[in-house]
Design a protein around this ligand. Structure first.
Ligand code: HEM
Ligand code: HEM
Length: 184
């Protein structure tokens, strides 16, 4: 409960900061793209939205089967009773496919930015690129099997760095406000 309160306060603060940035930032004059790039750019934007829904939908489902425990959802095999076995299977499928969905999301963030024109980037959009790299780097540490001391140490921190929900909130708030400064 305390964790959820913290996330809510963080969301409100981030929303206020992003809103202030949108109001104070110089107006971005958009040159509408009229080419295949506009169409593919649009499709990658919608694709990104869906991928983020899948990623955080998995988190929501895990929270549901764990009666809302933010920490317990990170256990490899959450305590799920058998009446929910279909749901359990579905969550397992989402778990197995997550690294692929994750890599696709990171690649698409950069692809979408390139297609929509990097020159129209603003600080909020830049932050999204950094967040994507953050998720990729720590996600890779979680998967790697290298036994180097440095890697082992990083692995311990990577769960905290990668699986927290603060980056998710930041993705949402920055994308929402960031897009107010781009486009037609
Ligand atoms: C923007 C991209 C990504 C986002 C938003 C994201 C988000 C998350 C979240 C929220 C969790 C915790 C799961 C939960 O809530 O229970 C998680 C776990 C994990 N992620 Fe990612 N992730 C991304 C990319 C990646 C990438 C690129 C990789 C691998 C290269 C990766 C590998 C993992 C692993 C191994 C776990 C822990 C095991 C598990 O929960 O399934 N993720 N990720
Ligand atoms: C979480 C990441 C992001 C998501 C979910 C996302 C999603 C979307 C969506 C759904 C659209 C609207 C497509 C349509 O017209 O139907 C869009 C457009 C656009 N996006 Fe993104 N986007 C993300 C990141 C970025 C980043 C990092 C940039 C960097 C510059 C960017 C730049 C643009 C631009 C310029 C447009 C065109 C806006 C317009 O012409 O109205 N987006 N995005």
């Amino acid at each position: 409960m305390r964790n959820i309160k913290k996330i809510l306060i963080y969301t409100v603060v981030l929303t206020i900061i992003s809103g202030a940035y949108v109001i104070m930032a110089p107006v971005h004059t958009a040159v509408p793209l009229k080419s295949w790039r506009a169409d593919v750019g649009e499709a990658t934007g919608s694709g990104l939205l869906w991928l983020l829904v899948i990623i955080y939908g998995r988190t929501l489902l895990k929270l549901l089967v764990n009666n809302g425990s933010l920490m317990e959802r990170l256990l490899p095999e959450p305590a799920v009773n058998d009446t929910k076995s279909m749901l359990k299977k579905f969550i397992r499928f989402l778990n197995k496919t997550h690294p692929y969905v994750g890599v696709t999301t990171v690649v698409l963030v950069f692809g979408h930015t390139f297609l929509e024109g990097v020159s129209r980037a603003n600080l909020l959009m830049d932050a999204i690129l950094v967040l994507a790299l953050w998720q990729f780097a720590f996600g890779a540490f979680l998967l790697t099997r290298y036994q180097l001391v440095f890697v082992k140490k990083m692995k311990r921190y990577s769960y905290m760095a990668h699986s927290q929900l603060y980056t998710g909130v930041a993705f949402g708030v920055f994308a929402l406000f960031g897009h107010l400064l781009v486009g037609d």
